[in-house]
Design a protein around this ligand. Sequence first.
Ligand code: NAD
Length: 464
Amino acid sequence: MKVCIVGTGYVGLTTGTCLAFLGHDVTCVDVDEAKIESLRAGRIPIYEPYLDDLLAEAHDKVRFTTDYGEGLNDAEVVVIAVGTPSAADGAPDLRFLRAAADSIGENLGSGYTVVVNKSTVPIGSGNWVDSLVRESFERRSDAAGQFSVASNPEFLREGSAIYDTLYPDRVVIGSDDDRGLDVLSRLYRPILDQSFVPPPFLQRPAELGAVPLISTDLASAELIKYSANAFLALKISFINEIGQLAEKVGADILHIARGTGLDQRIGPRFLQPGIGWGGSCFGKDTSAIIATAREYKLDMPIISAAHETNRRQREIVVDKLLHELRIIKGRTIALLGLAFKPNTDDLRDAPALEIAQRLLDLGARIRLHDPVAMDRLRAERPDLAPFLCDSAETAATAADALVLVTEWPQYLEMQWGKLAAAMRRPIMLDGRYALDPRRLTAAGFRYFALAGWNPGGDTVELDY
Ligand code: NAD
């Protein structure tokens, strides 16, 4: 099938590469010329495991362009994957979506095309995109083709985006036109049936059978995405709220999380305590669902509370340091991990940046390190660039405290004795419950976690 992807960021590039690997003929369009140049030259502008390997396998089926006409030429499916960041009032900023819809209408081919919205958009955006595409399409003198609009929300996680796309828990498609749904189920057939030969570097999980397809109307598909993200966000905030109580009563939050999550009705995933969520989706999407509900005079008290709890977790990091160090002015605090989670270089709504700013505001000196996100930080936050250190060890030298903000694997196994000896005060605040308190204590650290009592030294496998 001929497919055009509009917006070649984390979602668009992953989707385009996977569809090309499955045998579709893919053209990725983006307005960012530098990004397209870089992709044409074989340089991938984001850090995402296996993306380069898969792109190498699929290179003869995928092209990159800034020209909509070239991208849309005869495409049966056009996938919109442009950004939908939050505006100041929490509602999504739909500027990029509007521009993409206009350009699609201006360049639509003469056959039948399904315009699929993969960007996370407010409920009702499908109809809006339909009207925008139609308006710009009908302005043309040569408008001859037909199209319908569908929604196909994306559930991938950065850091395991290729795995999540090839081996998803489900595929959701929504349209008010059966013809569009039929085209999309053909597009995803190899994934739904798992009939493709897996790439050698990313084997199919043994237990995976056919992938469920949820085929529904437009509004339901759009709301499924918000519902899923809001639920995941509140699971994390829930366990963090319990963590605060656990600390007061002297209980172990890791045992509580495990004892709660082993109930099959609840499940262990996204029940890991810590600094909380960040990234481009949870904050934005929970704000968006609250903003949409407000238009209908509905409150979303559970989702609002999850938001507030998550905000507080970042404050708790600074409060804990204040409590531990008493005076924070002039002290040197090193933050390990800047990306909002391991295996990505994405810094959008990353807790580390907010914590760094608060520490600076309080007069602390900061040092920052991340295994992959430092170049992105230099580009996106040049004001913080002077605080970057070339290694975790350099960041720790003569520091008064270390904070594990992002649980990159390389931070979990370090020469703790050497590190403690190099610090002014060997204090470790483990923001992710990822380190072994017994080992750190034996190495000379004063170890503490974000909340709760953890004498057993268990660590959790983090998964979000
Ligand atoms: P991104 O910012 O990485 O990529 C968006 C791309 O769209 C950029 O390359 C930008 O240059 C391009 N673009 C903007 N306007 C354009 C236009 N008019 N025409 C063509 N290209 C244009 O964003 P992302 O993280 O890939 O997210 C895309 C959407 O997917 C968002 O709605 C997001 O909420 C949703 N989503 C993201 C994730 C994730 O983990 N990143 C997961 C699920 C859903």
